[in-house]
Design a protein around this ligand. Structure first.
Ligand code: TLP
Length: 345
């Protein structure tokens, strides 16, 4: 039985070309800046985003934390969405390790935060207040159905930030999904932000790694913060080799994942007892709800798993599915038909 693992695009395995590149990667000690394969990936990433420099880091979580620590001092405040991954799913690292104060405002259903809400959250200069330093965006927005944020929206947040002397950081773990869904060059979505991270090891299928991009000065500080966090690695060319291929070969195919997610949503919408609005699915992430008491959420997940289909249980009666490399078009039909059987059993 083929296991169709739809829990996340983090489960993707490296492609045969990546395994080959890993095998032949030229290596050195990256802590001395001497791993040629890593240096090449960092240059390619910086060019792809038209930023001055880029840094390879072990994970998206560490990348976001490195950026927070590079932008902010202890006691500084960061404005971010209440549904953001940085607020909900990164173990409170900004407070635990940086003494940074999160100021959350509501994420709208499309992953944006209202400009009025952002502006109202910015503190004035007063000895009683923390210093507002940074605004964080997430594109695509994981918990908001993988919604892509437009370049226009990102620019208006950056303009607002600049007016108040603030910086903007983008959690672009899935920024290439956004670019493909919106049909724009990825630079258009990132030129106005001061720093960004993106992940090599999600939809792009590399086994390990995320990249931080920004100005040369910012990346010098990020390098120091990576060291502080114990993220200085050695022969990182082993996975940087796969990362370069991820950027070269795995971006355009994300459109297939988006088409699969939309087909899956349309199929789920037809199953009595399950609820989803397919019109909201623009990239590779979808959430759906169990809206019957004939079966519990635990039973639903367990019976589906018995049929070889794994999805993530994210709320009392809410589930998440993420399509990715390795999930084929025929797997979509199999998934819908198994879900229908589970609901009819
Ligand atoms: N998201 C993962 C994990 O929460 C397990 C997932 O399955 O969606 N930003 C965003 C928007 C993310 O979705 C994630 C990971 C991260 C940052 C963190 O990346 P990693 O897992 O590399 O630390």
């Amino acid at each position: 039985m083929k296991i169709i693992d739809l829990r996340s695009d983090t489960v993707t395995l490296p492609t045969p070309a990546m395994r080959e590149a890993i095998h032949h990667a030229e290596l050195g000690d990256d802590v001395y800046g001497e791993d040629p394969t890593t240096n090449h990936l960092q240059q390619v990433a910086a060019e792809r985003f038209a930023k001055e420099a880029a840094l390879l880091v072990p994970s998206g979580t560490m990348g976001n934390l490195i950026c927070l620590l590079s932008h902010c001092a202890r006691g500084d405040e960061v404005i971010l969405g209440d549904q953001s991954h940085m607020f909900l799913n990164e173990a409170g690292g900004m407070s635990a390790l940086g003494g940074i104060f999160p100021h959350i405002i509501p994420n709208q259903a499309d992953g944006t935060m209202r400009l009025e809400d952002i502006e109202a959250a910015i503190r004035g200069d007063n000895v009683h207040f923390p210093r507002t330093r940074l605004i964080c965006l997430e594109n695509t927005h994981n918990r908001c159905n993988g919604s892509p944020l437009s370049s226009g929206y990102t620019e208006s947040v950056a303009t607002l930030a600049r007016r108040h002397g603030l910086k903007v950081h983008l959690d672009g773990a899935r920024i290439f999904n956004a670019a493909v869904a919106l049909g724009v060059d990825v630079k258009q979505l990132t030129h106005s932000v001061d720093s960004l991270i993106f992940c090599l090891s999600k939809g792009l299928s590399a086994p390990v790694g995320s990249m931080v991009c920004g100005s040369r000065e910012f990346i010098a500080e990020a390098l120091r913060m990576r060291k502080v966090l114990g993220g200085g690695m050695r022969q990182t060319g082993i996975f940087a080799a796969a990362g370069t291929l991820a950027l070269d070969q795995m971006v355009d195919r994300l459109a297939d994942d988006h088409a699969n997610a939309r087909r899956l949503a349309e199929g789920i919408a037809q199953i009595p007892g399950l609820s989803i609005d397919p019109a909201r699915i623009q990239t590779n992430i979808l959430f759906f709800d169990l809206v019957t008491d004939r079966i519990t959420a635990e039973e639903f997940i367990t019976r589906l798993a018995r049929k070889g289909i794994k999805c993530l249980h994210t709320g009392p009666s809410r589930f998440r599915i993420v399509t990715h490399y390795g999930v084929e078009s025929e797997d979509i039909a199999t998934t819908v038909s198994c879900m229908r059987q589970v609901m009819e059993e």
